[in-house]
Design a protein around this ligand. Structure first.
Ligand SMILES: C[S@@+](CC[C@H](N)C(=O)[O-])C[C@H]1O[C@@H](n2cnc3c(N)ncnc32)[C@H](O)[C@@H]1O
Ligand code: SF4
Length: 380
């Protein structure tokens, strides 16, 4: 490892002002947070990883959550400072922070930029106040627009998230909303179809028949519409839910999908490390914040295990087929110790689900990307 290889760092901040009823991320609402304790936890976990992954060069950092824009900017600065003491940073390392667009948080964007954040990912979600209220968001559309303007002025790179295929949303309504969103001139947008995550209040309402989602046909129409409108605005789909001007893709997420190596600190964070023999290790941190804090001195881990070659190959396939650029069958063979089944590939190509964009790559087609699970079961 080391040299020109990419190495990412994920930092999980597990707190939010309130819990959105659709969300199953590892996020909690807590009145008082002891910043000093969290600082010590993050620093200890970073040092633990530095011992196990020496000689790397950090190419991206991602502060995710929860709501990392609630972190004190000084804590963000201290984590970055310690990371830079432990590993060299690449000259143009991408350093992203996820933010909620409440006015209080937008007011602190400058402090985050001063702390070293150079890319902001803003959770706009919807541009309609009734929809935002239905999603349980703590901000209005106007606040989201103001936060977006502030983000663009403050950070060299910025992106925003939208949630569509919401209850009762028609293709016409989404078309108008997305057209407005595109006029904001973003170079990167993540557009997620609303999913019903088990154990969430939305899921419960859905089970009780109180919350209706667009049917399968409508949701495919919404997806196609999204893709076409984004493309017309110069934002190309590069992963199932991610669109960017060429060159403006999120490098940290690309690292995950290309099955690169990364450390992960904070409750519930995942990590993948590769040893000198090329063997992959899967690491997963304890999810409960208080328990993670107690264990941070020893990495805060719930699980750390070597992946078998077959597992590593499958993980690579699973991640890389999400991207439009697809995957390298040669890399799959090197990871898993066996090539992909040629007969199955030929059949999936014939069905229009897979394609070979170049002789050494294999990618899901637009149609295939909608049935990735099926493709994976055929190739497993
Ligand atoms: C950790 S949150 C982003 C930061 C911030 N906490 C926020 O909500 O704005 C990651 C993103 O996942 C998306 N998301 C979360 N739950 C979802 C769900 N059930 N369906 C679709 N998108 C979801 C939202 O767009 C959200 O912005
Ligand atoms: S969507 Fe964002 S703000 Fe809402 S609960 Fe999840 S992580 Fe927190």
């Amino acid at each position: 490892m080391g040299g020109e290889a990419e190495f990412g760092l994920y930092v999980h901040w597990p707190f939010c002002l309130s819990k959105c009823p659709y969300c199953d991320f590892n996020s909690h609402v807590q009145d008082s947070i002891d910043t000093e304790e969290w600082r010590n936890g993050y620093i200890a976990a970073l040092r633990w990883f530095a011992v196990r992954a020496p000689g790397r060069r950090i190419t991206s950092v991602f502060f995710g959550g929860g709501t990392p824009s609630l972190m004190p900017a000084r804590l963000v600065a201290e984590i970055l400072h310690e990371a830079a003491r432990l590993w060299p940073f690449a000259a143009h390392a991408e350093i992203t922070l996820e933010a909620n667009p409440t006015s209080a948080e937008a007011g602190r964007f400058r402090d985050f930029a001063a702390a070293g954040i150079n890319r902001l990912s803003l959770g706009v979600q919807a541009l309609d106040d009734a929809a935002l209220a239905a999603l349980g968001r703590q901000h209005t559309a106007q606040e989201a627009l103001a936060a977006w303007e502030m983000a663009r002025k403050t950070f060299p790179r910025a992106s925003f998230d939208l949630i569509y295929a919401r209850p009762g949303q028609t293709p016409d309504a989404w078309e108008a909303e997305l057209a407005r969103a595109l006029r904001l001139g973003a170079e990167h947008i993540s557009a997620y179809q609303l999913t019903m995550e088990p154990e969430t209040p939305f899921h419960k309402r859905y089970e009780q028949g109180k919350l209706r989602l667009p049917d399968e046909e409508t949701s495919v129409r919404l997806y196609d519409l999204t893709r076409a409108m984004m493309a017309a605005a110069g934002l190309e789909l590069y992963e199932i839910s991610n669109y960017a001007r060429p060159g403006a893709e999120c490098r940290h997420n690309l690292l995950y999908w290309r099955y690169g190596e990364y450390a992960g600190i904070g409750p519930g964070a995942h990590a993948r490390l590769v040893d000198e023999t090329g063997a992959h290790q899967a690491l997963r941190a304890i999810r409960a914040p208080a328990r993670w804090l107690k264990a941070a001195q020893t990495g805060g881990l719930e699980e750390m295990r070597p992946l078998s070659p077959e597992e590593a190959g499958m993980e690579y396939l699973l991640m890389s087929l999400r991207m439009r650029e697809g995957m390298k069958p040669a890399r799959f063979a090197a990871l898993s110790g066996a090539p992909l089944p040629e007969g199955e590939i030929a059949r999936l190509i014939k069905q229009g689900l897979l394609a070979r964009p170049s002789p050494d790559t294999l990618a899901a087609t637009d149609k295939g990307r909608l049935v990735l699970d099926y493709i994976l079961t055929q190739l497993a």
